[in-house]
Design a protein around this ligand. Structure first.
Ligand SMILES: [Mg+2]
Length: 184
């Protein structure tokens, strides 16, 4: 079973306000076609998580602001329930998810063998793969920027541009092809 990792800004959502980044946690709306894409990928049984840099933390927004953004995104995309992000320079990462009883929590990740979590470094994808006991060949990363593409290259997993996964024919052929490595 493939694991899908999505970038957030410009890939899943855009600000309602017309600004480049969300001005408050609810200043986000799904990009056209993304709800259908996520529903279809999840419907095929593939887990979906988010990997985002969040380099603005410590400059123009707080960590709490960013975490609230992700939990609002879970409301926009009910099929997604886990995020990973790399604050500031990317020396460590934060992950968070909806708990089994709906309670929210987040925790810090700092694996000693990961030098940087900030894309295009592969740290976020490495942490996701490690936690899920997954091989890079089982992971698909989807993003909208060169740094996302380079991150997938550095990690060694498959990459799709955001607009490619909006194409229902390409999406279905990917989902039908499955993973070359058996699910663990
Ligand atoms: Mg982006």
């Amino acid at each position: 079973m493939l694991i899908f990792v999505f970038d957030k800004d410009g890939t899943l959502v855009r600000p309602n306000s017309g600004e480049i980044f969300p001005q408050h946690p609810t200043d986000q709306e799904p990009l056209p076609g993304m709800r259908e894409a996520i529903a279809e990928i999840s419907g095929a049984g593939c887990p979906i998580v988010i990997a985002s840099n969040q380099g603005g933390i410590g400059r123009y927004k707080s960590r709490e602001f960013a975490i609230s953004e992700f939990f609002y995104l879970f409301e926009l995309f009910p099929q997604i329930s886990k995020f990973y992000f790399a604050p500031g320079e990317g020396k460590y990462a934060i992950s968070g998810e909806l708990g089994v009883y709906g309670c929210e929590y987040s925790e810090s990740i700092n694996f000693p063998w990961i030098a940087s979590y900030r894309k295009p470094a592969p740290g976020l994808l490495s942490a996701i793969a490690f936690e899920r006991h997954a091989h890079p060949a089982e992971i698909i990363f989807c993003g909208d920027r060169e740094t996302d593409w380079a991150c997938a290259q550095n990690f060694g997993c498959g990459f799709y541009w955001q607009h490619q996964l909006l194409d229902p024919y390409l999406r279905r052929s990917l989902l039908n092809s499955g993973s070359p490595i058996p699910n663990k």
